[in-house]
Ligand binder design. Structure first.
Ligand code: URA
Length: 461
């Protein structure tokens, strides 16, 4: 038997043992592994087992307990010797023990799905690497989960019990690794931490619930968790300061502030906000109809563009023209389903200059972007995406509230308290010289894969 989970080895051993009529107490699993290893040409017939038992075996070979194979063989033996209903008898000591082990493996699988965090590899730009310390030998059992989610990326998951490597076509299981083999934090780590800090309300602190959601042993690999200890420690003081601040606030209402607060009253639903936007006067020159955002509430990703173009204005839908088609193609290559994401624009009207019969796109000014910002903020508050992606500098300005150069800030970043990502606007690809296009396209698709990875990770967590 292989040292970690060895489902094939166990099945092969099972066939030999059952064919030989070996009783459980006659079998020594841990000291004579080669005796039962699957030999080429092993002709023993396959064994029919109830489905529940086969499933238990697949899970329990992952458990760390050295007695797992012996316990599983006892189960198989007894089921095949007249105790068909045994798996249902919770009071049986064997079933009781196996049940506890099964729960522990399932919990470990869940933790691995939720707490693996990919970071971009330093040496290999396109590879994402994660470090994780599972309790059991579960890495092969989780492989399909990560392949399904990150099919379009090159990634590795390193653990002390083995490693998984995916090259977009095939999966390789490699030897155990060390934590130092994995990259340490990237720019996004700081982002997660400050996002977590900014959304943390000390008055609602319940350390037990927090620990329940995120077991302490996983904290060290989670960028956002670095903030937890400090936040818990400082919570009582922060609550006291909040109360003092409230008491110090003037009792008499300032009428100017009251008017500002009233005009700041946000619509309570996206439909109400959209009605407001659709009914408002365009704040840019030429704009005709408002092009509203599209996509589901709580989308894992919200893509924010600059402003609708000519075709978007005519159809009343965002990103359907040439830039939108490139965006769709990049999403598809990265495994992002456009129907599942939210797509909107910083400026809701098409700003253009008429030239003959044509309407030529005209870039919105910083002031215009600021005017539309209130709407965008409310929109994102209502949609509550997991990650906001700024497509180009105008979207970055709208989301951050300050100018951010795309070149210098490209990648994961916190945008005004939201987990975000800055990349190029797809129309940039349309305008660039032919010889630079292939490389720029690859980088854009790599960004999309990174975006997908971040969004999936936060969704699972
Ligand atoms: N460019 C944008 O920024 N948004 C659109 O909707 C279309 C093109």
């Amino acid at each position: 038997m292989k040292p970690a989970a060895d489902l094939d080895g166990f099945r092969a051993a099972l066939r030999c043992l059952i064919a030989d009529g070996a009783r459980p107490h006659e079998v020594i699993w841990d000291t004579a592994p080669s005796l039962f290893a699957a030999e080429p040409g092993d002709e023993s017939p396959p064994i029919a087992l109830p489905r529940g038992v086969a499933e238990k075996i697949a899970l329990l070979v992952c458990h760390r307990d050295p007695e797992r194979y012996s316990l599983l063989y006892q189960l198989v033996w007894r089921v095949r010797h007249g105790e068909r209903a045994l798996p249902e008898i919770a009071s049986d000591p064997l079933i009781h023990r196996l049940h506890g082990m099964e729960k522990s493996v399932r919990r470990d699988l869940h933790k691995m799905h939720a707490f693996v965090r990919f970071r971009r590899a330093e040496a290999e730009e396109e590879r994402f690497v994660a470090w994780f310390e599972p309790e059991h030998f579960i890495i092969e059992a989780t492989a399909q989960f990560f392949v399904d989610r990150f099919r379009g990326m090159y990634w590795s998951i390193l653990t002390p019990v083995g490693s998984l490597h995916w090259d977009r076509n095939s999966l390789t299981v490699g030897p155990p690794a060390m934590k130092s083999d994995a990259p340490t934090g990237d720019a996004f780590e700081a982002g997660w931490r400050s996002y977590y800090e900014s959304t943390f309300n000390p008055a609602r602190l319940n350390p037990d619930v927090m620990r329940g959601h995120m077991a302490k042993k996983y904290w060290k690999n989670l960028p956002e968790a670095a903030a937890i200890t400090d936040l818990i420690r400082s919570a009582p003081l922060r609550v006291k300061q909040m109360i003092e601040q409230q008491q110090a606030m003037p009792r008499k209402r300032d009428p100017k502030k009251a008017v500002a607060a009233m005009s700041d009253q946000a619509p309570k639903s996206l439909a109400a906000l959209n009605r407001l936007i659709a009914a408002s006067e365009p704040m840019v020159k030429g704009g005709t109809r408002a092009v509203l955002g599209e996509g589901p509430l709580h989308a894992p990703i919200a893509f924010v563009g600059e402003q609708p173009g000519d075709q978007e204005d005519m159809a009343g839908k965002p990103f359907i023209g040439p830039a939108g088609q490139l965006l769709d193609k990049a999403m598809a290559e990265a495994g992002i389903d456009r129907r599942a994401v939210y797509v909107t624009n910083a400026v809701k009207h098409f700003k253009f200059e008429p030239r003959g019969k044509r309407r030529i796109h005209s870039k919105p000014t910083a002031g215009e972007v600021r005017h539309y910002r209130w709407w965008l903020e409310k929109e994102l508050d209502l949609v509550k995406p997991g990650l906001v992606v700024a497509l180009g500098a105008t979207a970055a300005l709208a989301l951050a509230g300050k100018p951010l150069a795309v070149g210098a800030n490209r990648g994961p970043i916190v945008l005004d308290g939201r987990p975000g990502f800055i990349t190029i606007h797809p129309s940039f690809l349309l305008r660039m010289p032919q010889e630079d296009k292939a490389m720029a396209w690859r980088q854009f698709v790599t960004d999309m894969k990174h975006i997908h990875a971040i969004a999936e990770q936060s969704r699972v967590a």
